[in-house]
Design a protein around this ligand. Structure first.
Ligand code: DGY
Length: 312
């Protein structure tokens, strides 16, 4: 029997299986453990089931002599020092596939909400200001027939592309390494959606230079990681009308501080990192994370193991 530290209560029944087989401590609070609390509990654990809010770094691993497996409850794993884990022979698992469609759906929800000004219009109606049908009320951008630029063509990027085809959109795609292609996409797209992992190579990829290439009518959507977009550059681009709008599921940091200037930017829609927040996706993520922990404790290869290094 191993000792497992799970850093939050998770949806679905799979945790029960873990609790039956291993001594499992589930962090009971709604807010994540502090770094010190994470370190203290992981120090006694054989396995760690972590969330993207937990920083699992080299010092934490060094202080956890028994740690044999880390399972991240996310497809992204930029919160984990994977190099440090592989140097210690600790496999790291993630939860791909489970959330591909849910995240692609949310990407489209954000795209359409920003294009058709849905949050603004809903607040207007509920706020008692709806007096009549207005010929020029809440005019927005066409989604059908528009050009969608997808940056990052992994599972989620491809799932977004499939949805775009159904809307009769022209789809441009690029991977970050191809600078020429990226510039072409930024200049041509009406909507630009980011689907990259956060790495040293993608951090700040969408900064002032990239934003300057976009059309003044362009809308930026980010459901990947907040740090891929430079938030002060985005705030400036929205304030100056360099781009028409942005819809963000992710920010850096999360949550965005109450006094962050980005909140003042016009035509900005922010939701609290809910890309994978459907019942089935989150339950499947729990199942996969538990499978990863069980395999790691048995000394077997993880069913969903991340590569030893984050690729740019
Ligand atoms: C992930 O999985 O990386 C998402 O950001 C949260 O589900």
């Amino acid at each position: 029997m191993g000792r497992v530290f799970v850093t939050r209560r998770l949806p679905g029944a799979a945790l029960t299986q873990l609790e039956q087989l291993h001594e499992t401590f589930v962090w009971p609070d709604q807010l994540p453990p502090s770094y010190e609390q994470l370190r203290e509990h992981t120090a006694r654990a054989d396995a760690l089931l972590a969330l993207l809010t937990d920083r699992v770094d080299a010092p934490l691993m060094a202080a956890s002599p028994n740690l044999r497996v880390i399972a991240n409850y996310a497809v992204g794993y930029d919160n984990i020092d994977v190099d440090a884990a592989s140097a210690r022979g600790i496999p790291v698992g993630n939860t791909p596939d489970a959330l591909t469609d849910a995240t692609a759906d949310l990407t489209f929800a954000l795209l359409m909400a920003a294009a058709r000004r849905i949050p603004e219009a809903a607040a207007f109606a509920r706020g008692g200001r709806w007096q009549t049908w207005e010929p020029a009320g809440f005019l927005g951008a066409d989604v059908h027939g528009a050009t969608l630029g997808i940056i990052g063509l992994g599972r989620i990027g491809q799932a977004v592309a499939r949805r775009a085809t159904g809307f009769g959109m022209e789809v441009l795609t690029t991977e970050t390494r191809d600078q020429h292609n990226l510039e072409h996409l930024l200049r041509r797209s009406d909507f630009i959606s980011i689907h990259l992992p956060l790495t040293a190579g993608t951090r700040g990829l969408i900064g002032a230079d990239a934003l300057a290439l976009m059309k003044p009518t362009a809308i930026l959507i980010n459901t990947a990681r907040g740090a891929i977009v430079e938030r002060s550059a985005l705030a400036r681009a929205l304030h100056t009308g360099q781009i028409a709008g942005a819809a963000l599921d992710v920010t850096e940091p999360e949550p965005l501080p109450e006094d962050d200037p980005l909140w003042e930017a016009p035509n900005l829609l922010v939701v609290p990192h809910i890309g994978s927040a459907t019942w089935s996706a989150r339950e499947r993520m729990t199942e996969i994370a538990v499978q990863n922990i069980l395999a790691g404790l048995d000394g077997d290869p993880l069913p969903y193991q991340v590569p030893a290094q984050l690729k740019d």
